[in-house]
Design a binder for this molecule. Structure first.
Ligand code: ATP
Ligand code: MG
Length: 352
């Protein structure tokens, strides 16, 4: 028991244990720090009072205790003191303890600004609007481009001098380059095809592709209990490829990239609570995303990479959003994690 307490004490996430009456019977030092209270002050208080939870969350706690069901509630705003507002992801895990001193385990994960950014609905709407703009633009460029290339080819046939043909080759070459860019700007053309698929199969494919092009070896840590999900295989491969490729590009030759899957139960994405959500973490130990950029990386044409088009993440975000999921990111030098969350029930948003 002592060892367990020492482990809890040294965690960097805040942990609280509640007894049968939902009174705090333990709080770890990270919890004291986060809430700005001492363990002495916190113990013996009702959790709803200490955390200033609203009635709905108070009820959820009681239900978790009575029903034995764990849940996670995202972006909960707590005001443990009038001048202190903190936003956390709250995970509640019930367990049975003969002494009844401990019935609920509360984990509070403090959210920093850029972790939240990708979740905010208005930001998603803005990102979608920007994507629509880019798509419209690409569409306009696409048609004349074909004409331009065709005309250069016709002209080339009439030219006798090799020197002059160099010019038409430049036109054709550049038109091809623009064509490829425009195709990426347009994004996936096909309508999504929904089928049952295994997320690890998708990830293995992505791993193979990125390992082949980067010569890195990518670590994998899969949760084999994850059930199949319904989605579009090609689109999921594309989305994950864009993210894993970014990670591989950000690390040096002996850098590390790892993919990890986990199941999250009772997880809220946007306004919707899902029974089961698949979490895919793509982590790398590269230099991280500069603070000046991190809020904008999901917008199209935002790039910090020489030769990058800045389309990868905006396309990935759109594809994952079509599957009812989202992508979030935390980054500091030496550790960048992109987390893709996919509800098991599949698409809840059919995008235009
Ligand atoms: N794992 C990462 N580590 C560091 N920076 C990253 C990482 N992932 C993304 N970025 C930053 O975010 C930017 C945007 O990424 P995004 O994939 O959208 O475009 P890109 O990689 O520049 O171009 P492309 O369209 O070819 O993918 C990158 O240019 C890079 O600066
Ligand atoms: Mg990219």
């Amino acid at each position: 028991m002592n060892l367990h307490k020492r482990i809890l004490d040294s965690l960097s996430n805040a942990v609280l244990v509640l007894d049968q009456r939902l009174v705090v019977s333990y709080i770890n030092p990270a919890g004291e720090m986060l809430l700005g209270v001492s363990a002495r002050q916190a113990m013996g208080q009702l959790a709803v009072d200490l955390l200033q939870l609203d009635a709905r969350l108070g009820d959820s706690l009681a239900q978790a205790r009575d029903g034995g069901h764990p849940f996670t509630e995202r972006e909960v705003e707590l005001t443990p003191r009038p001048e202190l507002v903190i936003t956390v992801d709250l995970s509640v895990t019930p367990f049975i303890d003969a002494s009844r001193d401990a019935t609920l385990l509360l984990e509070l994960q403090h959210l920093d600004r850029h972790l939240r950014i990708s979740r905010e609905e208005h930001l998603l709407a803005q990102q979608n609007a920007t994507r629509a703009l880019i798509r419209g633009l690409a569409h306009e460029v696409k048609n004349p481009l074909g004409g331009l290339r065709g005309a250069a080819q016709l002209l080339e046939r009439r030219l006798d001098e090799a020197e002059l043909r160099e010019y038409t080759q430049v036109i054709i070459g550049e038109a091809d380059r623009l064509q490829a860019l425009v195709d990426r700007m347009l994004g996936p053309a096909k309508l999504p095809r929904h089928e049952e698929l295994n997320v690890h199969e998708v990830l293995e494919r992505v791993r193979q592709l990125v390992e082949a092009e980067s010569l890195l070896s990518i670590d994998a840590d899969y949760d084999p209990s994850i059930p199949d999900l319904v989605g579009d295989r090609d689109q999921l491969i594309q989305a994950l490829l864009n993210i894993v490729r970014n990670a591989a590009q950000s690390v040096g030759e002996d850098g590390r990239v790892a993919v990890r899957t986990r199941c999250h139960r009772q997880f809220t994405i946007g306004q919707q609570r899902h029974r089961l959500v698949i979490g895919i973490d793509v982590a790398d130990n590269g230099p991280g995303i500069p603070a000046s950029m991190v809020e904008n990386i999901f917008y199209p044409m935002v790039t910090g990479r020489e030769g990058g088009t800045g389309l990868g993440l905006s396309i990935a975000q759109e594809l994952i959003h079509r599957h009812g999921g989202l992508i979030e990111c935390t980054s500091r030098p030496g550790q960048t994690v992109f987390r893709i969350l996919l509800p098991l029930e599949g698409a809840t948003h059919e995008e235009d």
